[in-house]
Design a protein around this ligand. Structure first.
Ligand SMILES: C[S@@+](CC[C@H](N)C(=O)[O-])C[C@H]1O[C@@H](n2cnc3c(N)ncnc32)[C@H](O)[C@@H]1O
Length: 245
């Protein structure tokens, strides 16, 4: 069972996205993404040596549940989309690994997150990073434009996940990869989360069971899907998702 209504009424979708925007605007503007971001980032897979060399402000920007930028082989990548880039730490890591003629499209629903990502990206060398305010469920990008799509703790926030996965498939070139860190649950969500109207915005209300996630990825047309690296994350599990278009 998912907490997202099967055919969500438009006002539910609009209100949920507004709550998500408000929450991440507040977190981005107050630098309150995570307590102890260093431990969280390194536990999630971010290399300690790279993290410790970051400017202080960039180092505070982690709000993920894994480290998809590190799971992606940068060789030959020309265009990478970072869905729900938040404070932009994955985009910075990748920018430093891609060639100067490559581009990263760091995309977020929340304009304040993009303002924060611009600070995080200050001084990063390598690829050009283009900041884009947009909804991952309706991407203002052409078909087949990306070699890879990454997403760190963002897919679970989509109010219409099949639409988000269909968009990922549309913008990936054939053979391109989705590399994501996300959350799955075993069984129903705890009643206190189900009863919380903020649940979608706090990343827990939209978490699906692993079988449901797999079915949505397959249904979108992705292949060679792997969901691995299960790691407890509050009442749910963080996982690494890799799939090919
Ligand atoms: C938990 S944060 C993760 C941020 C970043 N990826 C990281 O690892 O630090 C989730 C981000 O997804 C964004 N988001 C939520 N729903 C979205 C949507 N439908 N389209 C694009 N971004 C979205 C939020 O604004 C927020 O910045």
């Amino acid at each position: 069972m998912t907490t997202t209504p099967k055919s969500a009424p438009p006002f539910w979708v609009a209100q949920t996205k507004q709550l998500i925007r408000r929450r991440y605007a507040r977190l981005a503007s107050t630098d309150a993404f995570q307590p102890d971001p260093r431990t969280k980032a390194i536990d999630a897979g971010c290399p300690a040596a790279w993290y410790d060399a970051l400017p202080v402000r960039a180092a505070q920007a982690f709000s993920g549940c894994g480290w998809p930028a590190g799971d992606l082989d940068p060789a030959g990548l020309q265009t990478v989309i970072d869905l729900g880039c938040g404070g932009g730490l994955d985009s910075r890591f990748l920018a430093e690994r891609l060639s100067a003629n490559a581009q990263i499209i760091a995309l977020d629903l929340t304009p304040e997150a993009l303002t924060r990502a611009r600070d995080t990206l200050t001084g990063a060398g390598g690829a050009t990073v283009r900041l884009l305010a947009a909804d991952m469920e309706s991407l203002p990008l052409p078909d087949g434009c990306a070699d890879a799509v990454i997403a760190n703790a963002a897919l679970n926030l989509a109010t219409d996940k099949p639409a988000a996965f269909a968009e990922i498939v549309r913008v990936l070139r054939p053979g391109g990869h989705l590399v994501a860190a996300d959350l799955v649950r075993e069984g129903p969500l705890p009643p206190e989360i189900l009863a919380n109207p903020m649940a979608m915005a706090t990343s827990l209300g939209g978490v699906t069971e692993e079988a449901e996630l797999l079915a949505m990825l397959e249904g979108a047309g992705l292949r060679d899907i792997s969901i691995s690296g299960h790691c407890p994350f509050g009442p749910v599990m963080a996982v690494s998702v890799i799939a090919t278009r």
